[in-house]
Design a binder for this molecule. Sequence first.
Ligand SMILES: [Zn+2]
Length: 394
Amino acid sequence: METNDGPRKKRRTSKSPSRDEPVRHDILWFLDGNVVLSTKIYLFRVHKSILSLHSSVFCDMFQLVGEGSDEEKEENDDVEDSEDSGIAPHNHDVNSDNDTNADKKLDGDSDSDREAANTCSRKSSLSPEGDTYEGLPLVDLAGEDGEGVSKLLRAVYERDFYHRDDNSTSLETIVSLLLLSTKYNFKHIRTDVIIQISRQYPMSLNAFCALDKQHELFGKTRDKCSMRLLQAAIQADVYALLPILFYACAKFPISSVAFNPCKLPEDYMETLVLGKEELEGAINSFVSIFPCSMLKISGANECKNKGCASDGPFFAGNLGALVGTASLTDIEGERVVEKCFRACRKCRASLIKRINEQREAIWSAVPDFFGYDDWGYLQGKLDGVIAEGRGVRT
Ligand SMILES: [Zn+2]
């Protein structure tokens, strides 16, 4: 496919130009493209058949707009054949949790376009009322600034633009791909982004803590990613990821939550704050009985070892440092015993085991703190979304 550089002003046949005209995108302008997408800053000349392969929203829209020349009809038949063979399934109801009003938002004229398409002959290549750009159908993606659409289209056209295993992908790209793939139902891209996020925010305590200790993710600190990803997952309706992202955000001080530039819808903010309170309460109660646990363990072990609980002060640290945390990474057994207790090897091992068992118990309750079903249910839900996105029947 050939591309053509050089911005050129958009011309409409049925509307007068606005003051800030979008310009042709440097990369996503293919001379053999057969549709032009218009956003606030860019025009994209792309291919109906390729977008239809990836997106049920575009597929439906192009059919409604009234392509119908014999050539285009063959093109569509090819697309349908590919989908039948499982190459690119596009059923709109497969991801029932991500159906959006994208088609309503595409253009204020979409209803009239549909009527026109219904009444128009299949022979016509365009709705008579539709906009064109140099003779090509012009689709106004109303409300899109263009940067996000550019990322989405590059993920479609450029094999190397986005890999779900590349965690150096920018947070901005991850978020744009998640939101726009959901809005326009680019099912495979959406699934890849969900897989990538879920790998970075796993639903098992040990796996989560191991990643939680890493500093960077998606070109930022992990902490900076969490709130933005939670916001995006809410917007993209990725239910199964919400509790783990709520948990990841709960460790922030309440002021960081309240004044975070990533604003959550009010009810989700309430969920975060209340869940954070419950989680902190559970951890505080647990931390406060650490000394008792140590004495019990020493007693149960009938320990008389020098330097252990029965041999003078065993409490060597300040538990206050652990009070008020909402992070189970902070109270990992070995770390706590190292910091806070003197104990013989045997009692130490018992205490670490006891602490870690209790951490697991709190971890099991985390989804409930935020008002969700348990991890097993959520993992099943996530697996289902991923399987559907890949076109696998579950
Ligand atoms: Zn001991």
